[in-house]
Design a protein around this ligand. Structure first.
Ligand code: TPP
Length: 180
């Protein structure tokens, strides 16, 4: 399974939740699969989807789903530690781990040697799961008492999708209006 199908399998359960997507192809694929005002396509800064998602989860009550990548979370491991310690119960961090920097040409990341799920557990995530061993729908719909970390292993490869036909400013405006 590639990232595109992983995002599809996540989005089929999403109703009104906030979704923050990683830079590059993850955002482009999400845009094609299910564009909505409540998607925040983080098309500027690699590594910051998790930090932006944490800020959103802390500042309002709705569930915030972050779809991040292995390369990006490795670039901002501090964010993982901060999320585990702040521990908002409305935050679900999903790492799509394709073991490469897929959006820039499949250069290998260090998750070829290390296990992000074990890192999350060792940092202190009480809810940390392998996507293939859980019911994502249950986690999404039942109230959680801690932040959730989900490791979603996929193969590499980008779908043949268009670039996002929205300016960064309009992405931000429509997103902010939708969560007011
Ligand atoms: C600071 C910074 N470094 C590098 C890049 C270039 N870049 C954009 S996306 C990306 C790869 C992201 O990889 P990952 O988070 O694993 O997601 P994937 O594309 O594999 O789903 C890179 C290196 C960037 N935008 N910003």
């Amino acid at each position: 399974m590639r990232r595109y199908d992983a995002i599809k399998s996540i989005m089929e359960h999403i109703t009104n939740e906030i979704v923050v997507a990683n830079i590059g192809f993850p955002s482009r694929e999400l845009y094609e699969i299910k564009d909505r005002n409540r998607n925040f396509y983080m098309i500027g800064s690699m590594g910051l989807a998790s930090s932006i998602g944490l800020g959103l989860a802390l500042s309002q009550e709705e569930k915030t789903i972050i779809i991040d990548g292995d390369g990006s979370i490795l670039m901002n491991l501090g964010s993982l530690v901060t999320i585990a310690n702040q521990n908002p119960d409305n935050l679900i961090l999903i790492i799509i781990d394709n073991h490469v920097y897929g959006s820039t040409g499949n250069q290998p990341t260090y998750t070829q040697n290390i296990n992000l799920l074990r890192i999350a557990k060792s940092i202190g995530f009480k809810n940390s799961h392998d996507f293939n061993k859980i019911s994502f729908k249950d986690i999404l719909t039942k109230k959680q008492t801690n932040s959730t970390f989900i490791h979603y292993k996929t193969s590499s490869g980008n779908a043949n999708v268009e670039i996002i036909d929205l300016t960064p400013e309009s992405i931000k405006k429509r997103f902010m209006n939708s969560i007011k």
